[in-house]
Design a protein around this ligand. Structure first.
Ligand code: HEC
Length: 686
């Protein structure tokens, strides 16, 4: 196929052909669309094959000498790569050499990821849509200059038009928009606690930036779903936002949008009800924004169980017939496979009873699919705790016993940590999945986290309060003690575990204290620093809920490894016609445990090529990119990256040669040297 911006669109039309022909459709020479056509992350390129991938070598590297975490899945069109720097400048690179062609510095101060871009073209009019924080820019792809006719000076502010004071809402464009005809359909990321923007999904005119339609994910009065919230929540509440990115079914004119939880994430007494359309997959008419169907994955979520990945449009077989399906991955390890037109589950979904909270009314049940089986473990028990060393195991057992454990639908408690397993980062994540021939290739995390709630109105943080209540009498309000009878705690040589032992067991004149879990951690932290590590307790206002989250905590052993037994990260191939696994392997290594095939946490997704190769980096600690045989999960090739490839690769042609490109950085591994780069691989020149 030619280098053509609408190759992706043409290829989607190819979906009309019967399924299970060899996957010849794809994106041609380009990677023209975020996540590829139908979100399948599939390329029809076949220069690099199973047979020759073993000789793949680094072709060029664009090192940005800058720390950050853009998580970018670039575009490559006509041999030009469009991407972001860690400082979130938009850049264009020569796809064959990595040479910088232009750089657009918006001047907007923005943190957080920008995962991709979107290209629109009609005749000579071409527009590259790039994000900078809450701004969407229309750039001239040949120069990187903003196109003045779009919005104001080439940009629109996504904070406007949400019915809130734009200066009081914080939002960021993490995923690029979906291009439909002459519109760009946008979601965004917003704050996880109040005040947050309502997650309206909006279509803007690609030429002018004017609003064309808006869908309220928190319905307004008179709109269906309004009754699933308290009457006035839509005015002040936020979230239910489509942050992972949307996928178009161009043949049907449908846009599929996955949404996240409502705010605040972990305590929802002020948003009683099922909270439609939070945690939902929405099928919207791309022309009008009208809702065709919805599927809610978590009712009244209180565990940050956003739908974390863009959905994948695929064709599977049912009773010998091709069925157009959409697959939605989750943080909790379920894959929902739905009929694309009706939204009806293609594997039955049962509402199962879930644990209830003392603090608020939760949904009595939550949806669980019969197939495929979960791709991450669901229930943590003592026999699933780490056995890396006997000490680590004993430590983990003790911690585990102090946690509340609700299974896959946890709710948080006051003064006690609750397990989230899989953790708050899944299960699946934002990297998405790859697919061809009705098979889905999915990488997953498989570690436990914990979280808890604390009183919002407490004057002190938890650690300070515990200290003042229990310890100050002897060790003084300033921790200086009264030596020699009462030792100062400021210069204690004890490590945390030993200090916890002293506190729990008592010593000399010091009594024992029955403290564990979150309380112990907060107290130890306060004893060390004289400060509460958690955010200072905000004074309560009418808008702030009674309880606040005490922080995302990974359940790690004292040496920093996950305190659950491996695998800590996996890669699976799942046949969605039958709902069964073709294969499943650990993904990633901890260098010190490399012989143990533990897998590791991974962020960023796979891609698949007609050459019969699956490429994935994603792993946190080994900093490798790998090629697997999609038929059986055999490792075909791997290469060391300068930083962790926490992004989804792309593949494209430049000057006749096929490249595989990955963005890498160490933002999620603070112990390693910080920096970021784009690294391209190709077959050696013959
Ligand atoms: C009734 C007085 C008393 C109270 C209350 C008390 N301690 Fe102590 N603490 C002591 C004394 C006395 C020692 C020294 C014991 C010994 O080694 O003989 C000590 C020792 C310690 C040590 C060991 C210091 C080192 O470096 O070896 C730590 C840590 C400690 N206390 C922390 C705490 C904390 C935290 C609390 C509150 C939860 C607390 N203590 C409450 C009297 C007290």
């Amino acid at each position: 196929m030619k280098n053509n911006k609408i190759t992706g669109a043409l290829c989607l039309l190819a979906l009309a052909v019967p399924a299970f022909v060899p996957p010849v459709w794809g994106q041609g020479a380009d990677w023209a669309l975020y996540g590829g056509a139908g979100g399948r992350r599939f390329s029809s390129l076949a220069q690099i094959t199973r047979a020759n991938v073993g000789t793949l070598a680094e072709a060029w590297r664009f090192d940005m000498a800058e720390a950050g975490d853009p998580q970018t899945h670039p575009l490559a069109i006509g041999g030009v790569v469009y991407a972001y720097t860690p400082g979130l400048d938009t850049i264009a690179l020569d796809g064959g050499s990595g040479k910088l062609l232009w750089r657009f510095h918006s001047g907007v101060k923005a943190g957080g990821p920008q995962r991709g871009l979107a290209m629109w073209g009609k005749g000579r009019d071409k527009r590259l849509f790039a994000a900078a924080g809450n701004y969407l820019y229309a750039l001239d792809p040949s120069s990187g200059k903003p196109l003045p006719g779009f919005g104001t000076g080439g940009r629109i502010d996504l904070r406007e038009g949400l019915g809130r004071d734009p200066d009081k809402v914080s939002l960021a464009l993490t995923a690029p928009g979906a291009i439909w005809r002459d519109m760009i359909i946008m979601g965004f990321r917003t704050a996880e606690s109040a005040p947050a923007a309502p997650g309206d999904i909006r279509a803007f005119d690609v030429r002018t930036g004017k609003l064309r339609w808006s869908f309220h994910t928190i319905p307004h009065p008179g709109e269906p779903g309004y009754e699933s919230w308290p009457p006035d929540y839509w005015k002040s509440g936020g979230g239910a936002n489509a942050w992972p990115g949307m996928v178009l079914d161009e043949k049907r004119g449908l846009v599929f949008a996955p949404t996240g939880s409502a705010v605040s994430d972990f305590y929802g007494a002020d948003r009683g009800g099922d909270n439609r359309y939070a945690n939902s997959l929405l099928a919207l008419d791309a022309n009008t924004g009208k809702l065709l169907w919805h599927f809610q994955g978590v009712h009244h979520d209180v565990a940050d169980r956003d739908f974390p990945s863009p959905p994948v449009l695929l064709t599977l077989l049912r009773d010998g017939k091709a069925v157009n399906a959409v697959a939605q991955a989750t943080k909790q390890g379920y894959l929902f496979v739905l009929d694309r037109v009706t939204g009806k589950p293609l594997f039955s979904v049962t509402e199962v009873q879930v644990a209830q909270s003392d603090l608020e009314t939760l949904s009595p049940t939550q949806p669980v699919p019969s197939l495929p089986a979960p791709y991450a473990r669901q229930h943590l028990s003592e026999d699933l705790l780490t056995n890396r060393t006997p000490q680590a195991h004993a430590w983990a057992v003790e911690q585990f016993r102090s946690f509340a454990n609700d299974g896959p639908f946890p709710h948080m408690r006051l003064g006690q940590q609750t397990l989230a397993f899989p953790g708050f980062d899944g299960g699946a994540e934002w990297g998405g999945q790859a697919s061809a021939n009705g098979i889905l290739y999915l990488n997953s995390n498989d570690v436990a986290w914990t979280g808890g709630l604390a009183d919002s109105v407490a004057v002190h943080g938890l650690g300070a309060r515990l200290y003042q209540d229990n310890c100050a009498a002897c060790h003084g309000p300033d921790r200086k003690g009264a030596p020699p009878a009462f030792p100062s705690l400021l210069d204690s040589k004890l490590i945390d575990g030993q200090m916890a032992d002293v506190i729990r067991s008592g010593r000399g004149r010091m009594p024992a204290f029955n403290l564990a879990g979150e309380n112990m951690m907060a107290l130890l932290n306060y004893v060390r620093s004289g400060e509460d590590k958690e955010m200072a307790a905000a004074p309560a206002t009418a808008a702030s809920p009674a309880y606040r989250f005490t922080g995302y905590r990974k359940f790690l052993d004292p040496d920093g490894y996950p305190a659950v037994a491996p695998p800590w990260g996996t890669l699976s191939a799942i046949d969605l016609s039958s709902g069964t696994y073709l294969w499943r392997i650990p993904l990633g290594e901890y260098p010190a445990l490399a012989d143990k095939s533990t897998g590791s946490e991974n962020y960023g997704g796979p891609i698949l090529t007609a050459g019969g190769v699956l490429f994935i980096a994603a792993t946190l600690y080994d900093k490798k990119i790998r090629a697997f045989d999609p038929r059986n999960g055999t490792l075909l090739w791997q290469a060391q990256l300068p930083y962790a490839g926490n992004a989804t690769p792309i593949t494209y042609i430049a000057k006749g040669r096929q490249y595989v490109l990955i963005q890498a950085d160490n933002a999620r591994d603070k112990k390693s040297p910080q920096g970021a780069a784009y690294v391209a691989f190709a077959l050696p020149n013959r």
